[in-house]
Design a protein around this ligand. Structure first.
Ligand code: EZ4
Ligand code: CO
Length: 403
């Protein structure tokens, strides 16, 4: 007889930063968890799940993952969007966790088995100036990283992404966002010098990455791509907003610097043209914000047809649950590129238990059934939610810009 879902609940906790987790339990005694964290808008997804999704889950067959995905996507009538897709992702990942536990297999085995033993990952180095950023790179190299994203302060700018806010993805608890400042011309002059310094000090082998964090217009992005060509980046990320996918035609036509984009994408439709027109090299859509394993697998399969590889978002706002599930996906996906990896706040380890590990610049996923991450609900209750926001960003004349 088919198993059925008997309980599902949303766990909101803030061990160092906010995380939203969905736990699903079945009649046969299995449980699974999925991440639903949408940084700065956490309670919207918690409500979407608790008020609108959980009641429909009770009694469903946990094994019917595809049908449940379609039920929540088509059944909402209102398609796509970060809140809906993060909620669907939480259900989807929890159900894959349950299915893998029922099978007694680590999740990557259900997806098709291992394509590799371990995953290349990159971490974030940063500094208020180039010298400090280079020391940060040296620190990461000493820890074994083979790929490092480098962000450095720009002279004249007080507070910019990746340098002045913690981990670039604010862990501030407050009632309104901090405000950064931005000047594109200063940034475009300065950014190539960071990578000139990095190559001069660390040589040619290290993989270097950089995140422009949506600040440039397409022609400015092309300029940066060209100016960075001598330093052979692994990738240049989010050079320009991608709501208009055609904007990437300009960038792509003018530079051979590899392009990565997609951490804010929710569905395959956000990257259909980017992939099929081969305008990018790496797709960063991630399990938690793009509908879970069921949907990101479709994105990855489309990408594989066009020579685009995965490079999943993995900042510290993506909970240990997403990291655990992503590493199983990465272990399987044939067109894997790299995995972003950020250390979670220390308190997160009191709430979440995980079994992946980092060694010699590579990530290793666990071999226990499921995705290998569990939550301690008693510990979670000790860290109540605290309102927090990502920064906003203004040009120097006060105009609101992209953060
Ligand atoms: O700003 O995760 O590449 N990583 C990033 C992150 C994002 C945050 C947003 O919540 O761009 O730092
Ligand atoms: Co980014």
């Amino acid at each position: 007889m088919a198993d059925r879902i008997v309980a599902a609940r949303v766990i909101v906790t803030s061990p160092g930063r906010n995380f939203v987790t969905l736990k699903i339990e079945t009649a046969s005694g299995l449980s699974g968890i999925g991440d639903a964290t949408l940084n700065g808008r956490e309670l919207a997804v918690a409500s979407y799940l608790a008020d609108h999704v959980v009641p429909t889950l009770i009694g469903r067959d946990p094994a019917a993952i595809e049908d449940t995905w379609q039920y929540l996507y088509r059944g909402a009538y209102w398609r796509r969007g970060p809140v809906t897709m993060s909620a669907i992702a939480a259900v989807d990942v929890a159900l894959w966790d349950i299915k893998a536990k029922a099978a007694g297999m680590p999740l990557y085995q259900l997806l098709g088995g291992a394509s590799r033993e371990s995953m290349l990952c990159y971490s974030h180095a940063n500094g208020a100036d180039i010298e400090a950023a280079m020391d940060s790179v040296a620190g990461h190299l000493a820890q074994g990283y083979k790929a490092i994203r480098v962000q450095a302060g720009v002279p004249g700018l007080k507070r910019i992404y990746g340098v002045h806010s913690a981990h670039g993805d604010s862990t501030q608890h407050q009632d309104r966002p901090d405000e950064g400042d931005w000047d594109t011309a200063s940034y475009l002059r300065h950014a190539p010098r960071i990578f000139e310094a990095a190559r001069a000090r660390f040589g040619e082998e290290l993989h270097l990455l950089h995140d422009a964090h949506h600040r440039l217009l397409p022609n400015e992005a092309a300029r940066l791509g060209q100016d960075l060509e001598p330093y052979r980046l692994f990738w240049l990320e989010d050079v320009t907003p991608a709501e208009n996918q055609a904007a990437f035609r300009t960038v792509r036509a003018k530079t051979t610097t590899p392009l990565a984009v997609g951490e804010v994408f929710n569905t395959i439709w956000d990257c259909q043209a980017l992939i099929t027109e081969q305008l990018i090299d790496y797709i960063r859509a991630t399990l938690v914000h793009a509908g879970g394993i069921t949907h990101v697998r479709r994105i990855a399969d489309l990408a594989a047809l066009y020579g685009v590889r995965t490079g999943f978002h993995g900042a510290s706002d993506l909970s240990p649950v997403t990291m655990g599930a992503a590493l199983h996906f990465d272990r399987w996906v044939p067109n894997f590129g790299i995995q972003e990896y950020s250390i979670h706040p220390n308190e997160a380890a009191e709430v979440f238990q995980w079994n992946w590990s980092f060694r010699d610049g590579m990530l290793h996923c666990g071999e226990t059934p499921g995705h290998g991450v569990e939550i301690d609900e008693t510990a979670a209750a000790k860290f109540p939610y605290r309102r927090s926001y990502l920064d906003v960003n203004r040009l120097q004349d006060g105009t609101l810009w992209n953060w």
